[in-house]
Ligand binder design. Structure first.
Ligand SMILES: NC(=O)C1=CN([C@@H]2O[C@H](COP(=O)(O)OP(=O)(O)OC[C@H]3O[C@@H](n4cnc5c(N)ncnc54)[C@H](O)[C@@H]3O)[C@@H](O)[C@H]2O)C=CC1
Ligand SMILES: O=C([O-])CC(=O)C(=O)O
Length: 251
């Protein structure tokens, strides 16, 4: 209610334009129809009110600071890009220059609100476990640590900091970066990544203890039909941030 539907412009690689146009088809909302462009200049010429990155950590590095310096708020899905201090500093400087800000999407998970609140009361420990089926870890460093094809029991193949998880598994562990930013930071957040042949969805477990609350949360995301690494929740999380940008009641 009270929401104006935004005009959508998609920036996609040259080779994907036709596929994306086909997918959009004749989709129309009110009198607006989405457009697909293949250059950053054409994208910014559409004068966006808000930009949502749902591409890659590399895309954040390529375009993030430019978008912010132009005064346009930026929603990030590939939050792991912020695990690189240089990238984070450049986004912060650009946002300050442009008089705007970037938003860390909760993505596949939730509970960042209570994690930030808990941090203000004093956090003691934050642990994040990501459990996905073997095919979700294909094409990642996990392949060098175990045989994904013959796995018969769950295996923890990574146990380390949120920084290493987010940078070494850029298509799988952006959530670790969001948890680190909300909580105790990239070095102190303990992350375990698990390949589990007994599941079909992506299971996220977050446990923390603080002055005001002790929390244990488990989310079982259904995998995106296009990409087994990605929980469907992530897309809806981005949609929520866009809705919050255009409504007067922010939830
Ligand atoms: N924060 C979170 O909880 C989550 C974050 N993600 C991240 O969000 C991003 C998008 O996820 P998916 O749609 O599942 O990934 P995807 O890999 O299936 O699709 C991304 C699309 O973006 C395009 N792309 C990549 N770099 C680009 C660039 N520099 N310029 C233009 N287009 C570019 C690719 O060609 C591809 O078509 C990924 O980085 C993924 O790791 C995904 C799920 C959850
Ligand atoms: O969608 C998920 O399950 C999480 C994910 O890929 C990420 O954090 O990058």
């Amino acid at each position: 209610a009270g929401m104006r539907f935004p005009t959508l412009t998609f920036l996609v690689p040259q080779g994907s334009a036709e596929r994306v146009r086909d997918r959009i088809g004749t989709w129309q909302e009110g009198d607006t129809c989405p457009t697909v462009v293949t250059t950053y200049d054409a994208f910014m010429a559409a004068r966006p009110d808000i930009v949502v990155e749902c591409a890659s950590q590399q895309a954040v590095t390529m375009y993030g600071a430019d978008v912010l310096a132009a005064g346009v708020p930026l929603v990030l899905a590939s939050v792991g890009a912020l695990a690189d201090d240089d990238v984070r500093t450049s986004l912060q400087r650009a946002a300050s220059f442009g008089g705007t800000r970037y938003l860390v999407a909760p993505g596949a998970i939730g509970a960042l609100d209570v994690l930030v609140a808990a941090r203000l009361s004093g956090l003691r420990e934050v642990i994040y476990h990501s459990r996905k089926p073997p095919q979700a870890w294909r094409g990642t460093l996990a392949e060098q640590k175990m045989s994904l094809d013959t796995l018969s029991v769950p295996e923890v193949f990574f146990d380390g900091t949120a920084r290493a998880a987010a940078l070494d598994y850029p298509k799988n562990a952006n959530v670790a970066a969001a948890i680190a930013l909300a909580g105790v930071g990239f070095e102190k957040t303990r992350v375990r990544l698990i390949a589990d042949p007994g599941i079909t969805g992506n299971i996220h477990e977050i446990v923390f203890d603080s002055g005001c609350t002790t929390v244990s949360i488990r989310l079982e995301g259904r995998a995106s039909p296009d990409n087994p690494r990605t929980s469907q929740t992530a897309g809806y999380s981005l949609a929520r941030l866009v809705i919050n940008h255009v409504t007067c009641e922010v939830i």
